[in-house]
Design a protein around this ligand. Structure first.
Ligand SMILES: Cc1ncc(COP(=O)(O)O)c(C=O)c1O
Length: 494
């Protein structure tokens, strides 16, 4: 059965019956924002709690679910069980041997029991792995919340000198969440590392992934090297040309890079096919908040460290919360990573910026939330770029990582409920923003992140003096130098 495109039909498949005690308290239908966003997280779980808010069937209002062939349901169930387990697993999170987890052994499948044998083997210090330590020592967390003084001053000067600015002296203060400083150069490593650990716990021998900009591919490659897992990364031929340096990095890290005619959406379809064919030994490591449940919830959880750190850092820096959070939206993982922590804080504005490419009327854009319709793709229901027949349209953006024809179900829900606002920035605006930040602050942002910075031109004049704006600098732009050179942007500076 092809997984590439399924028309919207009926309701998501029901979840298979609970396979361990933790499942009994599952929330079976849609979750309200408040309930979903106010519970424990990887940073502060209540050990042994059966009340995890993440135990639901993966629907956000009418979005999400599991639109997959029946043969995949039990594998997704295993994954969900393991994910729910690590949410409360002290060993996974703070590096201690788990206590009182006997209930874990009751209903585990043979596959998981075999995995346990490996876990016991892992008690030797040399093999010992856990997430919190790895995020600190390997990824380099926490990433700074950096006050962009010169960018702030730039907008203040604009306000003083332009007519629209009304000669005002104030303006907001702009801070950057420096995910570009993470190991491998983007936020993608937060999720790749955590999921690679889950893959190993599940006893999978190899990992399958798809990448667009190559950032998720490099992050997955690094995580797999560190955890001694084999890895295959699928990548579109057009993306391989544009993000050549990341292809080289992946190969250096020991990954088999498989080219697929087309772009990220084609690579994703091929990776899912490969996973289905090797389902007993392979782990599909999703790089963003799309796909069937539990993939979106899991990726969001592993990226939510971004928002948690931001809250803590804001408190330290100015004793309050940010007023506005801004992030680019490809499929939504860096945006949700920043927003998720603040969804319940209604005084914090959440602003997502999609790529409008050559313009919304050109048909060459990635602005799914701006002009998309609801449908099912890659196993989940969300907003999609599709034609009248429900055929998926090819997205375009200068930020290759934004070129996906859908967004995650939770992002779709945030749009539909009006909790988050979504806008667009064109290729050209993103390039200008990339150049501005490079020259003012000495930070070259990824072209994906540059879309978030581009929106500041429109956002800043509308904000009160002293408002605190946090922009997620989701990745660094070294990978985009060729694109900028081809556009004549670099030589024009020489
Ligand atoms: C640096 C960077 N930012 C943003 C994105 C967009 O993805 P997402 O919307 O999942 O954060 C990508 C995707 O590759 C990326 O590499």
């Amino acid at each position: 059965m092809s997984l590439t495109k399924i028309q919207v039909v009926g309701q998501p498949l029901p979840r298979v019956s609970a396979r361990n005690h933790r499942m009994r308290n599952s929330v079976v239908c849609g979750v309200s924002i408040k309930r979903h966003h106010s519970g424990p997280s990887l940073g502060s779980v209540t050990k042994g709690s059966d009340e995890s808010p993440f135990l639901h069937n993966g629907t956000f209002g009418r979005f999400g679910g599991k639109f997959v062939p029946e043969t995949l349901i039990s594998h997704l169930g295993d994954l969900e069980d393991e994910f729910n387990f690590v949410l409360n697993d002290h060993e996974f999170q703070v590096g201690r041997k788990p206590k009182g987890s006997s209930a874990r052994f009751v209903h585990l499948s043979i596959k998981l029991i075999l995995t346990l044998i490996k876990l016991i083997d892992r008690h030797s210090p040399a093999k010992y792995e856990e997430l919190t330590t790895a995020l600190k020592d390997y990824v380099g967390r926490e990433t700074p919340l950096y006050f962009a003084g010169l960018l702030t001053e730039h907008y203040k000067n604009l306000a003083r000198t332009t007519e629209g600015g009304g000669g005002r002296n104030g303006g907001p203060e702009i801070f950057l969440k420096r995910e570009d400083l993470s190991h491998c150069g983007s936020h993608k490593i937060n999720n790749a590392l955590a999921q690679a650990m889950i893959a190993r716990r599940l006893g999978c021998s190899h990992v399958v992934a798809a990448t667009g900009a190559g950032q998720h591919g490099v992050a997955t490659a690094a995580a797999c090297a560190k955890l001694s897992l084999q890895c295959i990364v699928f990548m579109g031929t057009t993306d391989m040309k544009k993000q050549c340096s990341n292809v080289h990095s992946m190969k250096l890290l020991g990954v088999q890079v498989k080219s697929v005619e087309g772009t990220f959406k084609d690579a994703s379809s091929e990776a899912i096919r490969n996973w289905v064919e090797n389902i007993d030994v392979a782990y599909y490591l999703s790089g963003t908040v799309v796909g069937p449940h539990p993939c979106p919830v899991m990726v969001c959880e592993f990226q939510s460290v971004i928002g948690k750190e931001t809250r803590r850092q804001a408190k330290q820096l100015w004793g309050g919360k940010p007023d506005v959070l801004v992030a680019c939206v490809g499929s939504g993982s860096n945006a949700l990573g920043l927003f998720h922590e603040f969804v319940g804080d209604e005084d914090v504005r959440l602003v997502g910026v999609e790529g409008s490419g050559l313009g919304l009327d050109s048909g060459k854009h990635s602005a799914t939330l701006a002009v998309g319709d609801i449908g099912v793709y890659h196993g989940t229901m969300s907003y999609l770029l599709q034609d009248d027949q429900g055929q998926i349209l090819r997205p375009h953006s200068i930020g290759v990582g934004l070129e996906y024809p859908g967004v995650g179900p939770e992002i779709s829900f945030l749009k539909e409920t009006g909790r988050a606002e979504f806008y667009t920035a064109t290729d050209q605006e993103a390039i200008q923003a990339c150049m501005l930040l490079s020259r003012l602050e000495g930070i070259i942002p990824a072209l994906e992140a540059s879309h978030a910075f581009a929106f500041l031109d429109k956002l800043v004049p509308t904000l009160a003096d002293g408002a605190k704006v946090v922009v997620n600098c989701s990745g660094r732009g070294d990978k985009d130098l060729d694109t900028l050179i081809q556009r004549g942007m670099v030589s024009s500076l020489c």
